[in-house]
Write a protein that binds this ligand. Structure first.
Ligand SMILES: [Zn+2]
Length: 250
């Protein structure tokens, strides 16, 4: 199975080396992030396995506009008319009006071992070389809980991209941290909470500075954009990520 129930009405979906989060409120669903382009079927199959239809997704929230998170947004919009939202500071990036991501060359230079080569092959098969912008995306309101299933509360945490947002999920005592804080990645040798390797971050020092915004969120359960879930609290995760940041690769 490519999904896991992690709390009441909260599920994680495993795409191609990337995680998504699904929030349920009765029939209605909120999807946080949409994997790679090739992860559309995994999303649809998971939703059907849970007894829902893709049309039950009321909205897709985007933590940030990298290709491994915007993947199926256009498919879900064209097929089911599902709207997409991201922070006001991330809209231009998601629409393709500016660029804040690692280039294929940045990645190729780092394919130095078997793990990273195997990862590159997987993401290429999942559509990793396709251009994928989201012209229909809209900004979400910056204040307070969003009026969506799961009542997610945006937590601005710029750095990995300029408009990156985490989401506090108050009813589950959880936080979806996107790529500001992950717990593993095939290109990283570090185990446990960490920032991604520096070449993935638009601004690594700003990413680390944003940990101050995450650590004050009352959340025991951490749902990262990459790597396994973490149940020992966001403050502990942030402390470890700060320590690990000094050892992360360029
Ligand atoms: Zn990512």
């Amino acid at each position: 199975m490519r999904y896991q129930q992690v709390a009441d009405d909260v599920f994680t979906i495993r795409g191609t080396d990337v995680n998504m989060v699904l929030l349920r409120d009765g029939r209605d669903l909120t999807l946080i992030d949409a994997g790679w382009y090739g992860d559309a079927r995994t999303i649809e199959q998971t939703i059907r396995a849970l007894g829902h239809r893709p049309e039950d997704i009321v909205a897709i929230l985007l933590t940030h506009a990298h290709l491994d998170h915007v993947g199926a947004m256009n498919h879900l919009h064209h097929r089911y008319a599902i709207p997409a939202y991201t922070s006001p500071a991330e809209v231009a990036h998601a629409r393709g009006e500016c660029h804040e991501s690692a280039t294929p060359l940045d990645v190729i230079k780092r394919l130095t071992d078997r793990d990273t080569l195997a990862w590159a092959a997987r993401i290429t098969a999942a559509g990793g070389l396709r251009k994928n912008t989201v012209p229909h995306i809209q900004p979400f309101p910056t204040e307070g809980p969003l009026d969506l299933p799961g009542t997610p509360i945006p937590v601005p945490c710029p750095g990995h991209t300029s408009g990156h947002s985490a989401f506090h999920l108050p009813t589950a005592g959880a936080i979806a941290t996107g790529d500001t804080l992950v717990t593993a990645h095939p290109t990283s040798k570090i185990k446990g909470p960490q920032p991604l390797p520096n070449f993935f971050n638009h601004d690594t020092p700003a990413t680390i500075a944003s940990y101050a915004a995450l650590e004050s969120v009352p959340a025991d359960l951490v749902l990262p954009g990459h790597g396994p879930i973490w149940r020992d609290g966001i403050a502990t995760a942030v402390a470890q990520a700060r320590e690990n940041a000094a050892h992360q690769r360029d």
